[in-house]
Design a protein around this ligand. Structure first.
Ligand code: AP5
Length: 217
């Protein structure tokens, strides 16, 4: 399966993409995670991306398209991939199409997770992530067993710098102006599946499984 997850910040793209990765032979490719690792490692990519990410703005298209192009050619993506947070602009969608054409591959579907702003803000302000294995938690909705410690690998949990309320608002605005137009683009291509992203993580997971089964049928 080759899947794209569209949706605003906090819609649950990472949560659901990790679930699909564990249960279907497809690899999660999160541009946000790759960029955060690059920032932490202070690579050339990380140094270029850091200023944009801290402001809640998008990293330039050419940087992101090139990193995704390299990533999805890796052997672990041979059986399929779940793009989480990419594409995010019309230019990135064109870049992806060119990469896939070059690989002789195509997308199977694009899931658009729909969630109202008030819930997104609640999810983002309570989010914590593991600094070692990137597992996701939420202080209220899926808290770790021990405060500040990852249940899976015992790494330390941290709050993302861009999950402060003022940066969240900037990210929501960027989503509405630059990413939301992709919904129509993929609808016109016949690839879009709308998913109601409100409810428990399990309810949303079940909606996605149903949609995956429809695509595979
Ligand atoms: P990125 O990391 O991609 O952030 P995002 O798109 O803003 O999405 P999030 O990771 O914030 O949310 P999510 O939808 O994955 O939700 P999650 O599952 O974590 O990008 C960060 C930055 O990197 C960008 O601002 C940009 O600068 C740069 N960047 C990345 N990709 C780029 C690109 N393609 N082009 C240019 N720049 C790019 O869930 C959120 C929280 O809610 C968690 O705590 C979770 O536990 C909880 N939760 C999830 N589902 C539920 C539920 N159903 N009920 C209750 N809680 C839930």
């Amino acid at each position: 399966m080759r899947i794209v997850f569209l949706g605003p910040p906090g819609a649950g793209k990472g949560t659901q993409a990790k679930f699909l990765e564990r249960n279907y032979a497809a690899c999660q490719v999160s541009t946000g995670d790759i960029l955060r690792e690059a920032v932490q490692a202070q690579t050339s990519l990380g140094r270029q991306a850091a200023q944009y990410m801290a402001r809640g703005e998008l990293v330039p298209d050419e940087l992101v398209v090139s990193l995704v192009g390299e990533r999805i050619r890796q052997p672990d993506c041979r059986n399929g991939f779940i793009l989480d947070g990419f594409p995010r602009t019309i230019a990135q969608a064109s870049g992806l199409e060119a990469i896939l054409q070059n690989m002789g591959a195509a997308l199977d579907c694009v899931f658009n997770l729909r969630v109202p702003d008030a819930i997104l803000i609640q999810r983002l302000t309570g989010r914590r992530a593991c600094s070692r294995c990137a597992a996701l938690y939420h202080l209220a909705f899926s808290p770790p067993q021990r405060e500040g410690i990852c249940d899976r690998c015992h790494g330390n949990l941290y709050q993302r710098e861009d999950d402060r309320e003022e940066t969240i608002q900037a990210r929501l605005n960027v989503y509405k102006t630059q990413t939301a137009p992709l919904i129509d683009l993929y609808r016109r291509k016949g690839l879009l599946k709308e998913i109601d992203g409100v409810g428990s993580m399990e309810e949303i997971r079940d909606r996605i499984i149903k949609a995956v089964n429809e695509v595979r049928a």
